[in-house]
Design a protein around this ligand. Structure first.
Ligand SMILES: Nc1ncnc2c1ncn2[C@@H]1O[C@H](COP(=O)(O)OP(=O)(O)OP(=O)(O)O)[C@@H](O)[C@H]1O
Ligand SMILES: [Mg+2]
Length: 313
């Protein structure tokens, strides 16, 4: 007996793009920015645009970079492109579809020797990062920082503090510099009350910087790369090395970003490193009211403020 399984996948339902969607896809702007509400067909415009440039053969599949936020969304995007392209001769598997972190990993892997990690570095997960911070806190005598009842949550807060710094591209040196020169940094403060409030934080920030310092050292000693490093390290690599930066700028003729409202500063700045107005084109798709990653430091300003791309879109 032969049993046939019919898998009904809603993604396979075909539809015609609306005129508005088509118009956006056919526009030749260097930067395309699509802001629309949830479920309004933004990802369809993005995949539709990728399909169009593949059909028009204006670039090779591997010259396309598409960034999104989850592995699921990345796979989903590839499926949508594959299904709607109707051209088996175009190798959709070679389109670079990544999450921001997996894209960062790819850059780290390609440049691991230059970064000083060699080939045997290890990506650590959030639990492992938590464990390192926990051990640091247990083993050092901090005077200001007190754990309270829920040490698990407290350690998580410490980790979030460090990750928040890294997601805003604030290095340990930047933080130490702030502690040393906070009076100059706060010189603009008109209110003495606010100044004092900030000043009172300095002893705490000093201890937090100590934890940041030890955490970074432990990672370095063990050749570990944590979740935030996956974007932080590539950003500084490209910022400080023009040759490597140019390599990635030239590698991608077209760059697409889905769910741009969820990018944090480090991600947006990494993107700005590989985008160059006269070398590649950029399409950004996002939703103004849908910052589901707000708790991870995603910055809605990223979608409104394009100043770091040297252009307002
Ligand atoms: N022109 C269209 N006609 C019919 N259905 C469409 C059209 N465009 C998109 N859809 C369908 O609408 C649904 C939502 O589209 P899509 O995922 O592109 O929207 P989105 O704005 O990216 O959503 P989200 O906010 O969830 O990211 C999908 O199932 C898609 O297949
Ligand atoms: Mg979408």
């Amino acid at each position: 007996m032969i049993i046939k399984f019919f898998v009904i996948n809603t993604m396979e339902i075909e539809f015609n793009l609306t005129d508005e969607q088509k118009e956006i896809i056919s526009s030749k702007n260097e930067i395309k920015k699509v802001i629309a509400c949830a479920g309004s067909g933004k990802t369809s415009i993005l995949t539709g645009n990728i399909i169009q440039i593949l059909k028009d053969k204006v670039c090779k599949p591997h010259e396309i970079l598409a960034l999104t936020f989850t592995n699921n969304a990345a796979e989903n995007m590839r499926e949508r492109i594959k299904k709607n392209l109707y051209d088996d001769y175009i190798d959709t598997d070679s389109i670079d579809i990544y999450t921001f972190n997996s894209f960062g990993n790819y850059i780290i892997k390609e440049n691991s020797f230059i970064l000083g990690y060699g080939k045997n570095f290890k990506l650590i997960n959030e639990v492992q990062s938590w464990q390192i911070i926990y051990n640091i806190f247990k083993n050092y005598d901090f005077k200001q920082l007190k754990a309270g009842k829920d040490i698990g949550k407290f350690v998580k807060d410490l980790l979030d503090y460090i990750w928040n710094l890294k997601n805003n591209l604030i290095t340990l040196q930047n933080l130490k510099d702030y502690i040393k020169n906070y009076k100059e940094y706060l010189a603009d403060y008109q209110s003495s009350g606010l100044f004092r409030e900030e000043e009172e934080k300095i002893p705490y920030i000093t201890e937090l910087a100590g934890i940041y310092d030890i955490y970074e050292n432990i990672k370095k000693k063990n050749n570990y790369i944590d979740y935030a490093d996956q974007v932080f390290l590539p950003y500084f690599l490209l910022k400080e090395n023009q040759v490597i930066k140019q390599k990635y700028v030239l590698k991608y003729k077209y760059i697409f970003v889905d769910e741009f409202q969820d990018t944090n500063n480090a991600q947006a700045y990494l993107l700005s490193m590989i985008f160059s107005k006269d070398k590649n084109k950029l399409m950004i798709v996002g939703d103004d009211d849908q910052g589901i990653y707000g708790f991870r430091g995603a910055c809605i300003e990223n979608i409104r403020d394009f100043s770091y791309f040297g252009e307002t879109a």
